[in-house]
Design a protein around this ligand. Structure first.
Ligand code: ADP
Length: 479
């Protein structure tokens, strides 16, 4: 039995955060009431209480935003790269200066532990702006002899799992390359994007270069069907990605899609087991498992299975699940009631499929959306919990004997976003990175992100890369 530390509550203060009761749409450099006249609430998933009321952009609002972006494009695209870079640097620095406020809002609105928003989401968001700012006047060197030119207006739609970071992944490269944008955050997590809009306004970015509209699927569909954007950029579910792809084909637009995943995390018997266990934990329980590249399928070599399993369970027993604002919390709230329902449905399916379930004892809060970290053993390749993306803190474990067997099993999925390999042997790492059909493969680590490094998938995980100069290429055309 693992001893639980008896830690006192260590809540992050929220008193420094400035939030409005009602948020309007950020169009042409100003906050405007929605012409649709509609609003919706954004909820704190840890308490299920309303944080603020947010505008729902209708077709007319989307049209206004697109026109503002179109009007801003000629001047912005012709601006000297060095000048564009200065604006982007300014945004990066302002995110850094207000990082505590951003971190608190991200955790309030989305449910993720403050430690993660403070140490991962916000610093990485700033890093993407810094990185792209540096390239703004060097595109000719990034793409030598290819005469890079911006595309025009980009319509960008992002999900709720990394709200500010995904906004940075989308906006920073688009601006650095001279495009203008209309971005829509997800309906359950609009607040950090709206905070970013305030910063963009303060940074003095020319009106219309960045427009931020809020709303749900209908607003997103109005954006993708609109004739003005030359490029659609989407991160979210494979299901919605298919609609977006169709809209791009119908409208003859460029498109990048970063969709779902069901990543294999592979542990060989020569791996450093303690480190691998931490990698498994980080791979699946980071951000409540709301991660498209989460290592949700664990493959352990048979000879070390018992050791890995017992160490993993011991480690899971130490988890602190609860208040996202507490600095000791490891696992926060599930982002929405709807997502919790989906995860619970999969837990039921897993049991019905005959898998064995393990959940540590944790005192889950009485109100809010919570799910204990979960481990399924005794699963088969054909099980739905092994094939389908759950997007929650749910891991399925299988064993293997040989390299060929694990490659076959790992690739047996419609997805291909990421994978992890744990071994002492460099040659095995190279063999697997060649053979696994996944866009990103981590070796002896997991969930490491960097603004300079491309990220994206194969098969139903989408196409196109974000991050690095590959991410900028997606916002350029060449002669
Ligand atoms: P998740 O599974 O992560 O909830 P979704 O793919 O449902 O992701 O949502 C990701 C983003 O796509 C959100 O901003 C959502 O509002 C938007 N969206 C949902 N449906 C559509 C649609 N039909 N067209 C365009 N955007 C959509």
């Amino acid at each position: 039995m693992t001893e639980k530390w008896n830690l006192s509550a260590a809540p992050e203060s929220t008193s420094h955060v400035e939030l409005q009761d009602t948020y309007h749409l950020f169009i042409n450099g100003e906050f405007r009431k929605p012409k649709s006249g509609k609003y919706f609430d954004t909820i704190n998933p840890a308490t299920n209480t309303v944080i603020a009321t947010v505008s729902e952009a209708g077709k007319q609002d989307v049209d206004d935003a697109m026109k503002a972006a179109e009007k801003a494009f000629p001047a912005w695209s012709k601006l000297d790269g060095k000048e564009r870079g200065k604006y982007i640097f300014r945004i990066a620095r302002m995110i850094q200066e207000r990082s505590r406020e951003f971190a608190v809002i991200e955790s309030l609105d989305g449910g993720k532990p403050i430690r993660e928003s403070r140490d991962v989401d916000i610093p990485l968001a700033a890093a993407h702006f810094f990185y792209c700012a540096g390239w703004a006047d060097k595109l000719e060197y990034a793409f030598p002899n290819r005469s890079p030119k911006p595309l025009g207006v980009a319509a960008q739609i992002i999900p709720w799992n990394f709200p500010l970071l995904m906004a940075a992944w989308k906006i920073a490269p688009a601006l650095a390359c001279g495009n203008t944008v209309v971005l829509k955050p997800a309906e359950t997590t609009p607040l950090t994007a709206l905070k970013l809009a305030e910063i963009i306004q303060e940074a003095g970015l020319p009106p219309g270069v960045v427009n931020i509209v809020t709303g749900a699927g209908e607003t997103g569909a109005a954006m993708t069907a609109h004739p003005i954007p030359k490029k659609l950029a989407f991160t979210g579910s494979t299901e919605v990605g298919k609609f977006i792809y169709k809209a791009a084909l119908d409208g003859n637009k460029k498109v990048t899609l970063e969709l779902g995943g069901k990543a294999a995390n592979i542990i060989f018997d020569d791996a450093p087991i303690e480190a691998a266990v931490e990698g498994i934990i980080n791979g699946i329980y980071f951000n409540q498992g709301h991660v498209c590249c989460a290592g949700s399928r664990l493959f352990v070599q048979e000879t070390v299975y018992e050791e890995v399993l017992s160490k993993l369970k011991r480690r899971m027993d130490t988890f602190i699940v609860g208040d996202p604002m507490d600095k000791n919390t490891d696992i926060g709230a599930i982002n929405s009631k709807a997502q919790l329902k989906t995860i619970e449905e999969y837990l039921k399916i897993g049991r019905e499929e005959g898998a064995e379930i393990y959940q540590p004892k944790c005192n889950l809060p009485k109100t809010g959306n919570w799910c204990a970290p979960t481990l399924f053993t005794n699963v088969a390749q054909s099980n739905r919990i092994v094939q389908e993306e759950i997007f929650g803190p749910v891991l399925a474990i299988q064993t293997f004997r040989t390299i060929d067997e694990v490659i076959d099993k790992a690739n047996n999925t419609p997805y291909g976003l990421s994978a992890g390999v744990w071994t002492d042997k460099g040659s095995k790492i190279f063999q697997l990175t060649q053979a696994l059909k996944a866009g990103v493969i981590w070796a002896n680590t997991y969930n490491k992100f960097d603004a300079t490094s491309p990220f994206g998938g194969y098969k139903e995980s989408g196409f196109g890369r974000e991050g690095g100069i590959h991410g900028m290429e997606a916002y350029l055309k060449f002669d």
